[in-house]
Design a protein. Structure first.
Length: 253
């Protein structure tokens, strides 16, 4: 196994996006994002004493003012990533137009100013407490549109599709800041989890049950967001409770 294959293997085993979508779906996502076949992607990693290992690759069209993209990070040992099937347009032609032929933005990870921590507690982010976020006041790199669609595909529940306005409503109508994006996404996730308590749950996948006896908003870290189609983004969510704690809660329910 050469170096590239070794890095890709670790990316598909340890990366947040692979844990969220599945390794195979993550590989397909990488191809769409980077605009070339998996075997032609030149991966490399950076390891620091602060954050976990980061996986980098060059974008499809690398301009003179562009850096390589941070595609993913190795997950920390806080707890499991909430699995979500990747959202895609229903019709094949739409998938070709809005996914495969669209230049997707790279994933956005909410890294702390101390460069040691990754992700924001959901409760705090929803309340607008994002002071620890690195680049909090910078423009959120979500594209030039007026709004985005946030898609949540939490296992066992009906999917959520919620619109987020990403343009300020006063001149010069700039794109919102990174901390405002985190706040809006966190609030949508909070609303989803609150509504999920009243929704019918598919107990065939009982480990991801939302509620007092399962996973609560206090257990969730908002790690980042990932674009899956033109205008469509999904939140990267991680439970702060270990898998064993989730199982114990369910067994006691």
């Amino acid at each position: 196994m050469d170096t590239q294959q070794h890095i890709q293997l670790h990316l598909l085993i340890d990366g947040y996006i692979a844990h969220m979508f599945s390794p195979r779906a993550a590989e397909i996502y990488h191809v769409s994002l980077l605009g070339r076949e998996s075997r032609l992607i030149n991966w490399y990693t950076r390891v620091s004493p602060s954050l976990e290992k980061a996986f980098f690759a060059a974008p499809h069209r690398l301009g003179s003012n562009q850096n390589d993209w941070a595609i993913d990070y190795a997950i920390n040992d806080t707890g499991p990533v909430i699995p979500q099937p990747i959202w895609a347009p229903r019709h094949g032609l739409d998938a070709q137009r809005y996914v495969h032929h669209e230049q997707l933005c790279p994933p956005i990870f909410f890294v702390h100013k101390n460069c040691r921590d990754l992700g924001l507690p959901l409760i705090e982010a929803a309340a607008g407490n994002c002071m620890s976020l690195r680049g909090a006041d910078q423009i959120a790199p979500v594209g030039s549109g007026h709004h985005i669609q946030l898609r949540i595909n939490w296992r066992g529940y009906a999917p959520l599709d919620s619109q987020i306005i990403i343009r300020k409503q006063t001149p010069p109508w700039e794109t919102i800041s990174l901390e405002m994006l985190a706040k809006y996404v966190a609030r949508r996730v909070m609303n989803f989890m609150e509504a999920a308590k009243r929704d019918r749950y598919d107990y065939s996948d009982k480990y991801w049950f939302i509620g007092d006896s399962g996973i609560t908003p206090h257990d969730i870290t908002l790690v980042g967001v990932v674009q899956v189609s033109q205008g469509s983004w999904m939140p990267i969510l991680q439970s702060t409770k270990g898998f064993e704690a989730i199982v114990r809660r369910i067994l006691l329910f």
